[in-house]
Design a protein around this ligand. Sequence first.
Ligand code: PLP
Length: 377
Amino acid sequence: MIKIPVAKPFLGEEEAEAVREVLLSGWVTQGKKVEEFEGIICQYVGAKYAVATSSCTTALHLSLLSLGIGAGDEVILPSYTFIATANAVLHAGARPIFADIDSKTYNLDPGKIEEKITPRTKAILPVHQVGLPCDMEEIIKIAKKHNLYVIEDAACALGSKYKDKMIGSIGDVTCFSFHPRKPITTGEGGVITTDLPDIAEKCRVMRSHGASVSDLERHVASRIVFEKYTELGYNYRLTDIQAAVGIQQMKKLEKFIEKRRYLSERYTRLLGKNEFLIPPHVPSYAFHNFQSYILRLKENAPISRDELMGKLLDKGIATRRGVMAIHLEPYYVENFASVSLPETEKALNTTIILPLYTQMTQEEQDYVIENISRICA
Ligand SMILES: Cc1ncc(COP(=O)(O)O)c(C=O)c1O
């Protein structure tokens, strides 16, 4: 029986009441609540436009399409990320080109990007892994030099900052996720933020079948309005039910982050002393929301990462492997040429995600720490 989960969303009466209101209003698909939620996100991250979507995967897909990235184009991204990052590139018809990560931050290593650039490269797609911002100044410098777009996968990074700039206000386009393991949740959901009006408009049209006029605009119009289908679109809409949850969650976000940072600092203080363990490295440029806490086992550790996960599970403690390596997953192995990414492969087998959630008590955290310390002695 699992006593301590790896993550747990924090949802309360406020969210339940907000959903009830929407259900009883009779307007349950994308409407006024989505608009309100988008406004809150814009203001929070400091972007001009926000386009809510059904997930971060669909947000990434629309971002790529809206920038005109498709067949014959290449996009540079890390392999050490969730599979959706590369899948979105494939969905757009482009080719994912994997570059290696930095051994300390586990984020895209800016020093490994330029060697991957070809005449077909259109964009760099950095991932702020588990909420830790990438070295954006370096990435943007390379993008400017080679005339490339920067699309940020900030699935985990709502509330994180790079040198006092909120993630979501830096690259050309940024995509966030509202999956239950993320800093706030709407069940499923995502959002695109950008300062580019044409891109925002294109994403807005494409998320709703390519229609020139939204359902809501037609609903409130005092005359007959016929929409036109100007783009090949999708149904990637967020619902008002989900947006109502998101609006309530945004009121709690700062508290969520504060608690995550407190628990993470405690993990680092109490586990960092162990000679076999490496706590997360946070560069001075980063404000980390600690969407997840990644611990690494040193090469001389008395136990493998998988054995540690197994022993913790025996004690009722759920963990996850750090992050996957997409280039080693069967679909990518079968369909693409192999690529050597030494730092990614090392991190793949030595990192572990520890339980971390807003409601976590000191007692629960102590139980996790005691068990790791005992097993890794
Ligand atoms: C880095 C990263 N990118 C993309 C995604 C996909 O997000 P979603 O589940 O909202 O599509 C995730 C989700 O886990 C993620 O961690």
